[in-house]
Design a binder for this molecule. Structure first.
Ligand code: GUN
Ligand code: FE
Length: 441
């Protein structure tokens, strides 16, 4: 039955993923046989031990490891990579003092290309195979990122930040010019292979009504393009929005007025929402990126996962590097658990890994192409060592239960647990192998 495939691989390992049919239900095969060909999943079945490897198939034995779908990071800033761990400030001062000066460097194509290469290697080494990414205001930064992603046939969605006020002069745009550059980038990159474009107004405080108009018009012109922005992260930010747009009764109301809500719209943070904003997210089919590490680091607040769940709003997980403090979705899930604990909500491992894989795909409206091992899905996956450290080994020694082991993974785990990362049916990263990109700049 393998005849006719250009290349087929068989992977033998434990396999854990979420089924398409029941959101949040984890399927686990202690001995699984994953067949992939032409970059897609052919089948996943229990390993019987009697399989013959068909001629021409490359057989890879990952026995003792766990295969999972690659992580999906639904909110991250690539031009903030080098300013991660910036001390002392909350959102607005943090942006002024640290973020804007660093993002200013990304108008230089050569610099942006070097950082894009480093950034994508960071994603892979941390087990992330798809990301929704903010570039800088410069179109060159988007070109650099997409060119690098293209080398690996990586599924990535990105956009140039649009902003036309309350930013340093060097980063400030004219709304019409911002829209013109965005349109050019969409035409150049959107739908090319596995690349997607996201219209990216930074947030309301840096957007004039004219810029919001332009973003909304682009949205209508390109209905299958994504939209990403920030929403209701910090109390002073929210107060500022109400001063800038007094005619609107909520923060989300501003985006909604300019028709930036809807399917394929991803709002990062959503911490201090009013009831009507939750309802608006739900009614428009918009998605949320939950960024727990960033929310703790900037002292922004606690995201109400249970409120999103009650309304069936799609929720992905975002590292939000550089406000987030790690590229690791595992570490981010560890923080997600603690943020929910502070609100008496028990985030179990099954639900946590759902949000970082199939649930993230759903939040990006990509659950028909990535997020699990259903036949025909794109073959993006990671190989995990559940016992990468002496402490993990000790803790897992007596554990037979996969959900307990996955809880240990999200609580104690990080990039040390990721031994291989596969994208589009190719191994793009293996622990211990280094490239010059790993030591950029
Ligand atoms: N709000 C507007 N811009 C940003 C940013 O770069 N990071 C975060 N965390 N919030 C923002
Ligand atoms: Fe952000």
């Amino acid at each position: 039955r393998l005849q006719g495939f250009r290349a087929a691989f068989i992977h033998y390992a434990g396999v854990a993923h979420h089924s398409d049919e029941i959101a949040g239900q984890l399927r686990y095969l202690p001995d699984g046989l994953l067949l992939i060909a032409d970059g897609k999943v052919v089948s996943l079945a229990p390993w019987t031990g009697r399989e013959d490897v068909p001629e021409g198939c490359v057989f890879t034995d990952y026995q003792g490891r766990l295969i999972m779908p690659g992580f999906i990071d639904t909110h991250i800033h690539y031009p903030q990579t080098e300013m991660i761990a910036a001390y002392g400030e909350q959102l607005l001062e943090w942006l002024e003092q640290y973020t804007f000066p660093v993002e200013s460097k990304y108008g230089d194509s050569e610099y942006a290309s070097a950082m894009a290469a480093f950034f994508i290697r960071q994603l892979f080494s941390h087990g992330t195979t798809t990301a929704l990414v903010f570039a800088s205001v410069h179109p060159e930064s988007v070109d650099a990122l997409f060119r690098e992603a293209q080398k690996y046939a990586m599924r990535i969605i990105a956009g140039k930040v649009m902003m036309d006020r309350h930013v340093p002069a060097a980063l400030q745009e004219d709304p019409a010019e911002s829209a013109r550059q965005t349109r050019e980038l969409i035409e150049r990159w959107h739908g090319k292979g596995r690349l997607g474009y996201a219209i990216t107004p930074r947030f309301v405080p840096t957007s004039s009504p004219a810029l919001m108009e332009q973003a909304g018009a682009l949205r209508r012109e390109y209905p299958d393009v994504w939209m990403q922005t920030h929403l209701s992260e910090n109390l002073r930010e929210i107060e500022w929005v109400s001063e800038l747009y007094p005619e609107h009764d909520s923060y989300l109301g501003v985006y909604d007025h300019y028709r930036l809500t809807g399917k394929r719209s991803v709002f990062a943070h959503c911490i201090h929402l009013q009831d009507q904003e939750w309802t608006c997210l739900q009614q428009t089919g918009s998605s949320v990126a939950f960024c727990p590490s960033s929310n703790l680091f900037l002292g922004s607040g606690l995201f109400k996962l249970s409120a999103a769940k009650a309304r069936k709003i799609p929720v992905g997980i975002g590292t939000d590097v550089g406000a987030g403090t790690s590229f690791s979705l595992l570490r981010t899930l560890g923080d997600a658990y603690k943020v929910q604990q502070l609100q008496s909500y028990k985030l179990n491992a099954c639900e946590a890994f759902y949000h970082s894989t199939l649930g993230g795909a759903h939040a990006l409206d990509l659950d028909n192409v990535i997020g699990n091992f259903a036949p025909g899905k794109e073959a993006d996956f990671i190989v995990v060592d559940l016992k990468a450290t002496p402490l993990q080994k000790l803790r897992c020694a007596g554990s037979q239960d996969i959900t307990d082991q996955l809880f240990v993974l999200m609580t104690l785990g990080d990039e040390r647990n990721i031994t291989h990362t596969w994208v589009n049916g190719e191994c793009v990263w293996a622990q211990g192998e280094t490239q010059e990109n790993d030591h950029a700049i």
